[in-house]
Design a binder for this molecule. Structure first.
Ligand code: SAM
Length: 240
């Protein structure tokens, strides 16, 4: 998969993606990241990328032309069609289902705003979709783009050493939260490990994990329960 990031600070995302699973996805050739700085496409001695908003008010707005030129250069850099996504607090919330959809694509172009955001006409002309990483405001879209890059990279085939681990994560297949996890030592001053996990009885372990997932989701995110793919057996466990 190829991801192009249009940003005034493209190195920021390179740094975020250099470690762990995303770093490995790059090394394994599963993900290639390319930065495009609109300042490189700005004109004049000062290479301006922003200007005052019409109608007055605080802050600056990113200019159409440097952004459009950067997006077009990114588009032209590879033959596959790309979906252009503007990272924006006004976008649709990023969910694991959306991450799965994006991870299956050959190519994305992520547009990062700064200041008060980008000229609305650019969004209408060049952007396919707006995505938000939550109901709060960041100073720039780079962290949000890094979130997309990370979430999408770990779903590339071969990025995780054990592909099963992604399938068991929160929000995956059945839409529930993950169960709790324990590792060595068995006895610790902070407490013990649930006995069932050391019983070797896989059916009991699976049932325990399912109950934990259901219980946690019900307690922490009851909103997910309505949407989750629950079996009649799950419903009975919830009623217990
Ligand atoms: N004036 C804008 C508004 O209120 O909708 C906020 C602009 S924000 C200070 C600057 C940039 O940060 C935005 O253009 C966007 O790219 C990015 N950004 C901020 N919060 C974000 C969020 N929750 N999700 C995704 N991107 C965000």
């Amino acid at each position: 998969m190829r991801i192009d990031v249009v940003s005034l600070f493209p190195e920021f995302i390179d740094q975020c993606a250099a470690f762990g699973v995303t770093g490995r996805a790059g090394e394994r050739g599963l993900l290639s990241l390319h930065g495009w700085n609109p300042r490189d496409y700005a004109e004049g001695n000062y290479r301006r990328v922003d200007d005052r908003p019409f109608g007055g008010g605080p802050g600056m707005v990113m200019l159409i032309d440097p952004l459009r030129a950067a997006i077009r250069a990114a588009r032209a850099a590879a033959p596959m069609p790309a979906r252009v996504i503007y990272m924006s607090p006004q976008g649709a919330p990023l969910t694991q289902a959306k991450v799965r959809e994006l991870a299956a694509m050959d190519r994305l172009i992520l547009l990062c705003g700064r200041y008060e955001g980008v000229d609305e006409r650019l969004i209408r002309a060049e952007v396919d979709e707006e995505l938000s990483i939550g109901d709060y405001v960041l100073s720039g879209g780079e962290l949000a783009a890094a979130v997309v890059v990370d979430a999408v990279a770990r779903l590339q085939d071969g990025a995780l050493n054990d592909a099963e681990s992604a399938a068991q994560d929160s929000f995956e297949a059945d839409g529930l939260l993950d169960c709790p996890h324990y590792t060595r030592p068995v006895e610790h001053e902070l407490g013990g490990v649930p006995e069932v996990l050391m019983s070797g009885n896989h059916a009991h372990i699976a049932r325990w994990r399912r109950m934990q997932s259901l219980g946690r989701t019900w307690l922490r995110r009851p909103d997910l329960i309505d949407e989750a793919a629950l079996s009649p057996a799950d419903r009975r466990l919830l009623d217990e």
